[in-house]
Design a protein around this ligand. Structure first.
Ligand code: FAD
Ligand code: DHB
Length: 389
């Protein structure tokens, strides 16, 4: 097999990249270790920045999102039962769209296949080679036979646990990481959302988030201990905890049957640079943010927008400038988003005992968010997303 860009991973990063390259007349092949049904049903993010939705619409893959996604003009931050609405539309002129990541993935897979694109699902032992030379290859196994893909460039879009980041030599790669002393227990429930807009709630028992997926499906999260086991969380305990943490005067949370639940650890991570030789990393393969800022999928889309443009300049006219500057351009946005995600995380989660100073600073910040137009503007500007580079 031969192509111009060999893409490892069919998550948002790999699929958007393949789609943008196709529109620029550049051939790509996507190698994905999981099955199509697995990637189409993996429940994860739900919030799209306006820059992400604009891109999907402008490039012809936004029809179902426009029909089924929900455009939100505000979000609520709640401290001790008091809700503070951040009016995103008034403060920034921009909006967010709530539309499940797996729906974005389904739409992109359908578009790639309809355009004759190649996505190899269930590709095992994907092994890029020769990224330092002019002719990289990607070896893999598919349906029992050994295969090889020759390409000009390898795009590592294989998520945090992928193989591509490990190809950057030790002396070249610098890693920045922070672990958090909490995790999120996420649930999908068959019940009409009890709110029109997201509620991020700080409570003495821990953080809780009420999000949505459709008029019939709610998405909810609870702060839990990272060492906790989902087996400790029968459905009635989850609802009891959500009721306590989300409670607000004059408001009620409706309960329904829980159809999915899982615990996800939280971390911040960045690797620098995001490129080496003919390998370019994008999305979670290069960086992870804690989910409180709703940024991971958006950052993945932002990376590949920069990468697609740089590849187009190179394949189109031999201009390597965009590719040389790829990592630096992405990392500016990545670190802005790291700061925002970290700020939101530390603002909204109950911090470990034993640091009373940090807890008092957190309380002062919460009061400032609740009362300062300037602080609300800052949150809004970051939450809706800065313009794509
Ligand atoms: P991934 O989606 O991880 O895709 C990588 C793909 O590569 C996968 O399909 C994987 O199977 C494949 N792969 C891995 N290794 C290999 C290999 N060796 N060979 C071949 N294929 C391989 N982000 C937001 O923007 N907003 C949110 O509201 C939000 N909420 C979240 C809530 C939760 C609970 C979680 C867990 C995440 C959330 N995120 C959110 C983050 C978001 O889901 C990720 O940032 C996003 O999936 C990144 O996309 P990606 O394409 O880079 O990586
Ligand atoms: C969702 C996930 C997030 O991480 C977030 O900050 C807001 C909403 C969601 O899955 O809907």
């Amino acid at each position: 097999m031969e192509t111009q860009v060999g893409i490892v991973g069919a998550g948002p990063a790999g699929l958007v990249l393949s789609h943008l390259l196709h529109l620029a007349g550049i051939d790509s092949v996507v190698l994905e270790q999981r099955s199509r049904s697995y990637v189409e049903s993996r429940i994860r993010a739900g919030v799209l920045e306006q820059g992400s939705t604009d891109l999907l619409i402008e490039t012809g893959v936004g029809a179902r999102m426009l029909a089924e996604g929900a455009v939100h003009e505000g979000v609520n931050l709640q401290f001790d039962g008091q809700r503070h609405r951040i009016d995103l539309a008034r403060l920034t002129g921009r909006r967010i769209t709530v539309y499940g990541q797996q729906e974005v993935v389904k739409d992109l897979i359908a578009a790639r296949l309809a355009a004759g694109g190649t996505i190899v699902f269930e590709a095992d032992d994907v092994t890029p080679r020769g990224i330092d030379g002019a002719h990289p290859t990607i070896a893999f196994r598919h349906e029992g036979s050994e295969r090889e893909l020759s390409c000009d460039v390898v795009a590592g879009c294989d998520g945090f646990h992928g193989v591509c980041r490990g190809l950057i030599p030790d002396g070249v790669l610098t890693e920045f990481a922070r672990e958090y002393p909490f995790a999120w227990l996420g649930v999908l429930a068959q019940v009409a959302p009890s709110t029109d807009e997201l509620i991020y709630a700080f409570h003495a028992r821990g953080f809780a988030l009420h999000s949505l997926r459709s008029p019939e499906i709610s998405r909810l999260y609870l702060q839990v201990d990272p060492a906790d086991d989902i087996a400790n969380w029968p459905d009635d305990r989850i609802w009891e905890e959500l009721q306590l943490r989300l409670a607000s005067p004059g408001w009620a949370l409706d309960e329904g049957s829980i159809v999915e639940k899982a615990i996800t650890a939280m971390r911040s991570y960045v690797c620098e640079p995001m490129q080496h030789g003919h390998l370019y990393l994008a999305g979670d393969a290069a960086h992870i943010v804690p989910p409180t800022g709703a940024k991971g999928m958006n950052l993945a889309i932002a990376d590949v927008t920069v990468l697609a443009r740089a590849l187009s300049d190179w394949f189109g006219g031999g201009d390597h400038g965009g590719l040389d500057a790829y990592s630096e351009r992405c990392l500016r946005r990545v670190w802005r988003v790291q700061d925002f995600s970290n700020t939101m995380t530390e603002l909204m989660h109950v911090l470990p005992r034993g640091d009373p100073f940090a807890s008092r600073v957190q309380l002062a910040r919460q009061r400032y968010v609740a009362t300062s137009a300037a602080m609300q503007h800052t949150i809004a500007e970051n939450y809706v997303g800065l313009p794509l580079a």
